[in-house]
Design a protein around this ligand. Sequence first.
Ligand code: NAD
Length: 391
Amino acid sequence: MVKSFYFSRLPLIYFGTGKRGLLPGLIKKYGDSVLIISGKSSFLKSERAERLFDELKKSGIRFQITTVEGEPSPDVVDSVVRRYSSGRTDAVISIGGGSAIDAGKAVSAMMYKKESVQDYLEGVGTKDHSGSKIPFIAVPTTSGTGSEATKNAVISRVGPDGFKRSLRHDNLVPDIAIVDPEMTLSCPSDITAASGMDCFTQLTEAFVSDKSCEYTDAFALEGLKAISGYLLKAVHDGQDIEARSGMSFAALTSGICLANAGLGVVHGFAASIGGLYNIPHGVVCGTLMSATNRITVQRLRTAQQSDISLKKYAQMGRIFLGKENKNDGYLIDGFLDFLDQLTDELRLPGLRKAGIREEDLARIARLTENKNNPVKLTPEDLLEILMIRYI
Ligand code: NAD
């Protein structure tokens, strides 16, 4: 029997090369005065930006532009809201990586509210967000986070008492996602690798999550096939538009999966490390993915209780090894070895190299949540994972 499930809303999705050209017409659905939020440089300095702004002007759309640097903090979101909430804004448009999209998602949700976004963050604030917001359109320029299809915005404050937490509500799923793979062509290989590993982690964690269902599995498997075909190609040849398209598809799909099946321990680490250190999210996920999955599989094997999860690891082995007629044990071990090789091939820095102090490892393990992992890992397991990657 098909398991019962709950599936939250999706944005209107426009996927394909050149689809960014639809933006002016789509904005018109909401009005003629918009706020554009982008990263500090990549998009705004490109010819694509000039062409888009010309089109917006020709369409009679008034726009203001603001930029965000790095992963968004409450102060960044609050200051954008303060700056623009006295005027009329018919919609917020984010054009950028996950950071710009999350900043825009949070701004659209906070635009006419008096409080700080921090008051509404899970595990940090005390207030529940009502879900009211102004229209929000997401145009991703990295292939990784899938934030163009999720209902949360990740906001962090980095420091000794830092946090990396979400503003979340079903209504915060962007109204429209324009996923144009050409927007990612300018991503350098290290950002392609890190954001690609975020996406791979999201698909894997959602697939084996204890909240997964047949519906999310169907999405996750298609996303994983795209990762298998295109992650390395996109990293090694950034101009390969077929590979970029495959990765844009994988990222969008990973967002749909995470919004509905949740994430596991690697993202638990990303939250605890992200509150303490300024290390790119995708780097943290990528560097810990292999060791975390290996320990998870070891614990699943000893627990002998979650045959379904091990079968899913074997399914991933089938996709990534391209071998059909092998037994599950072979496929699972092959998948784990593949993850090790990928970590090396993508030159993902270890935790020491990324700047983490050894004395913080125990604290990170203590702070890391185990949500949705197919088997509960102990604090000792978590510390072991961190030690394996402390290179
Ligand atoms: P990012 O948005 O921080 O961008 C990384 C760097 O890449 C920046 O310097 C940016 O300017 C640059 N960049 C972006 N697009 C580019 C392009 N086309 N060409 C050249 N440079 C480009 O990185 P990200 O990995 O996309 O996003 C990470 C953030 O997303 C983190 O804050 C993470 O927590 C969050 N996240 C959110 C969700 C969600 O569901 N809301 C899911 C996963 C991750």
